[in-house]
Design a protein around this ligand. Structure first.
Ligand code: AHR
Length: 535
C-alpha cells in the first residue's frame, strides 16, 4: 500500500522533533544541570538551628589533648630517635613528627602511661643517657632504655607548646618517690633535688599543671576496690606539693564505660581532695575484647556498629556527670576522659609493634563524633586525651623508619582545633536516623562554638555511608556574610593513608553551600566530616 501524503509529512515532523530532542539531551542538558544548585543524587533532608543567642560554657582546650605511653613504637622510633640518628631530629626528637604535631596545637600531653605509669621510676630516666638502667617494660614487652625520661618529655612539651600531664606511679611507687619527682621538676629553691635537675641541664623549673595519682587502679594499676583506692588517693594527694608558684591540678584514677559505682565511691569519699576524675572508654567495633574487629577490613554493617559504640560515650558521660553533680554541683571537679579512641585486632599481616593499628575514614568519623560529644559536655568534661599520639591505637601519625604518614584522625584534630577555648553554642539538629538491621543512630553529629574573634565554627559529621545530607541551617542571633571550610571524606569507608600512598584521605575546601538570607543551605557528603567557619 502506498503511504498517504499527510502521513509522510507527520513522519518528517516526528523525525525533526527526535533530532531536536537528541541535540538537547546531548548538548544542553548537561550544561543546564551543571548550572543548577548542586543537589546530591542520593540524599536526605535535615534542619539545623544554631543558637548564637544562647552561648554556653567555654570549651576547655585540653579536650583536644594527646597521650604518649612507653608502648610499642610510640616513644622509641615514633618520637625519640636519639641525637645521633640519621633521621633529622632536634635533641633526639624527630623533626617530621614534631612538626606535624605542632600543627594540631596540642594543648596537653599525658605521659608516661597508661599501665606503664604504675611501673615507672622517674630516677631511671634522668642524668647521662649512657648511664641510665635498661628495664623490662612488663606492661607492653621489650626493654626500655630510659633514653626518653623527664627532661626529654618536658622538652617535647615545650616544642609542642603543650601543657604537661604526668601520670604518677602508685602501683609500685611510694608517696616519697612521687613527692621527690614533683620537687625535682618544679622547685626553684636551693634544694638537693632542684640542684640535681640543674646539674642535669635544666636551670629553671618546669610548670606541671596536671598530675594523676595512678592509672586504671581497678585493673593494671593495682586491682583495687574503689573504697581502698579512695583512701590511697587521699594519702598520695596530700603529698602533691606546689613549689615555686607551680599549681598542680590533682587527678584521681576513675572508672570506665558503665562503671558508675567507681565514680560514686570516689566522689563520695575523695571529691574534696581532687580537681579531676578520669574516665576511660575505647570503641571496639564488636564490643568483644577477644575479637575486636579489623582496623581496615570491614563492611558497612561494622562501620555502623562502630559508630553505634562510639555514640555510647555520650550516655556514659551524662551518667558519670550526673553522679558527680550530686557531690559537686558547682562542677569544680573535671571529668577527664584521658583515654579514648578505637581499638582493633592486631594486624597479623603487618606487625609494626604493640598496639600498632592502621587508621581509616571510619576513625576520622569516630574521632569527630567523640570530639562533638566532649564539646557538648564542656561544663563537666575538662580534659580528654586520645589514645595514643604516634604508632599506637588511634594515632595521629604513623612512622616506618624515616617515613611518616598522617592519618585521617590527624586531619580531624587539625580541622577541630578551632573549637579549643571557644564558647560552646547550642545546636538543634533534626533529621532521619541512619539504620543498619535493628540498630539505628542519628545520621548527623554537630557541634558549634564561637571564638574570641567572634567567628562561628560548626563541625558536622554525616554518619550515613551512602547518602549526602541536605541541611537547611538557621543561625539565630547573628548575621552571616561569609562561609568557608574543609571537608574530609573518601570514596570508601575504609580508605586510608599508607606509606606508599599517603594522600588518599585528606581535607579539601568545602564549597557546597548557599547563603539564603539568614539561612545557609549545606550539602554534606555521605561519610564525611566538615568544619565550617562563618562570619
Ligand atoms: O592505651 C593502652 C592502655 O589501655 C593503657 O595503658 C591502659 O591505661 C588502658 O588499659
Amino acid at each position: 500500500m502506498k503511504p498517504q501524503r499527510g502521513t509522510k509529512r507527520t513522519k518528517l515532523r516526528l523525525k525533526f522533533l527526535c533530532l531536536v530532542c537528541l541535540f538537547v539531551a546531548a548538548f544542553c542538558l548537561p550544561t543546564m544541570l551543571a548550572t543548577r544548585p548542586a543537589r546530591a543524587q542520593n540524599s536526605y533532608q535535615a534542619t539545623l538551628s544554631i543558637r548564637l543567642d544562647q552561648p554556653r560554657s567555654t570549651i576547655s582546650r585540653h579536650i583536644y589533648g594527646q597521650f604518649a605511653e612507653h608502648l610499642g613504637r610510640l616513644i622509641y622510633d615514633g618520637l625519640w630517635v636519639g641525637e645521633n640518628s640519621s633521621i633529622p631530629n632536634t635533641r633526639g626528637l624527630r623533626n617530621d613528627v614534631v612538626g606535624a604535631l605542632k600543627e594540631l596545637h596540642v594543648p596537653v600531653l599525658r605521659w608516661p602511661g597508661g599501665c606503664f605509669a604504675d611501673e615507672y621510676h622517674w630516677r631511671d630516666g634522668i642524668g647521662p643517657r649512657d648511664k641510665r638502667p635498661r628495664r623490662p617494660n612488663s606492661s607492653w614487652g621489650g626493654v626500655d632504655t630510659n633514653a626518653f625520661g623527664t627532661h626529654e618529655f618536658l622538652d617535647l612539651c615545650e616544642m609542642l607548646g603543650a601543657d604537661a600531664y604526668i601520670n604518677g606511679n602508685i602501683g609500685s611507687g611510694s608517696p616519697q618517690e612521687m613527692m621527690d619527682w614533683i620537687e625535682y621538676m618544679t622547685s626553684d629553691t636551693d634544694s638537693e633535688l632542684a640542684n640535681l635537675r640543674r646539674r642535669n641541664g635544666r636551670e629553671k623549673p618546669w610548670k606541671i599543671p596536671f598530675f594523676a595519682v595512678g592509672n586504671e587502679t581497678w585493673g593494671c594499676g593495682g586491682n583495687m576496690r574503689p573504697e581502698y583506692y579512695a583512701d590511697v588517693y587521699r594519702q598520695y594527694a596530700t603529698f602533691i606539693k606546689n613549689h615555686s608558684g607551680n599549681r598542680i591540678q590533682k587527678l584521681a584514677s576513675g572508672g570506665y564505660d558503665e562503671n558508675y559505682n567507681w565514680t560514686e565511691v570516689l566522689m563520695a569519699q575523695a571529691a574534696k581532695q581532687m580537681d579531676g576524675l578520669s574516665l576511660h572508654y575505647y570503641t571496639l567495633p564488636t564490643g568483644n575484647w577477644e575479637k575486636k574487629g579489623s582496623a581496615t577490613q570491614f563492611d558497612e554493617k561494622e562501620w555502623h556498629a562502630t559508630l553505634v559504640r562510639t555514640l555510647r560515650l555520650d550516655q556514659f558521660i551524662q551518667r558519670h556527670s550526673a553522679i558527680m553533680d550530686k557531690y559537686d554541683p558547682q562542677k569544680r571537679v573535671g571529668l577527664m576522659v584521658d583515654e579514648w579512641g578505637t581499638w582493633y585486632d592486631k594486624d597479623a599481616g603487618r606487625d609494626m609493634g604493640a598496639l600498632y593499628q592502621q587508621n581509616t575514614l571510619r576513625d576520622a568519623v569516630a574521632a569527630a563524633i567523640n570530639l562533638n560529644i566532649f564539646n557538648k559536655h564542656a561544663d563537666r568534661v575538662k580534659m580528654a586525651n586520645i589514645a595514643q599520639m604516634v604508632n599506637v591505637l588511634q594515632a595521629m601519625v604513623l612512622t616506618d623508619k624515616e617515613k611518616m604518614v598522617l592519618t585521617p584522625t590527624y586531619y580531624v584534630f587539625r580541622m577541630y582545633r578551632v573549637h579549643q577555648g571557644a564558647t560552646l553554642i547550642p545546636v538543634d539538629v533534626s533529621g532521619p536516623e541512619y539504620k543498619s538491621g535493628d540498630a539505628s543512630v542519628p545520621s548527623l553529629s554537630v557541634s558549634a562554638s564561637r571564638d574570641a574573634e567572634g567567628r562561628l565554627h560548626i563541625s558536622i559529621v554525616n554518619l550515613d555511608a551512602n547518602r549526602a545530607a541536605e541541611i537547611m541551617t538557621t543561625i539565630w542571633g547573628g548575621a552571616i556574610k561569609n562561609v568557608s571550610g574543609e571537608v574530609l571524606t573518601a570514596p570508601a569507608v575504609n580508605a586510608m593513608n599508607t606509606f606508599e600512598s599517603p594522600n588518599n584521605v585528606k581535607p579539601a575546601p568545602f564549597n557546597s553551600y548557599k547563603l539564603e538570607g539568614p539561612q545557609v543551605r549545606l550539602t554534606i557528603p555521605a561519610k564525611s566530616v566538615v568544619v565550617l567557619e562563618l562570619d
